[in-house]
Design a protein around this ligand. Sequence first.
Ligand SMILES: [Zn+2]
Length: 96
Amino acid sequence: MSQIVKTPFTRLQPADGDVVLVCAHNGKQVWHWYSMEDGSTVEKINLQTGEKEIIEAKWICICEECFGKYDSPEEAVAGDRIWCGDDPFIRENRPS
Ligand SMILES: [Zn+2]
């Protein structure tokens, strides 16, 4: 049986309403978070209008698999989400 070790929350946390760019994978256990101080952007096609949109985000969140697969987190981005709530979520990663 694996034991979940709780590490401290990181100083920076996504705030309610922040845009988070995400990879295409759900339900993974390990996530890699990137705080983009200057804002990161990704192009997206609006499915209703067919127009290109530029999405600007403060955060990128990708899974372990994408972390190992791509040279930069932007390459793994498949969509965007709006973060809900101000609860701390991201914990420090400490190698055991
Ligand atoms: Zn992924």
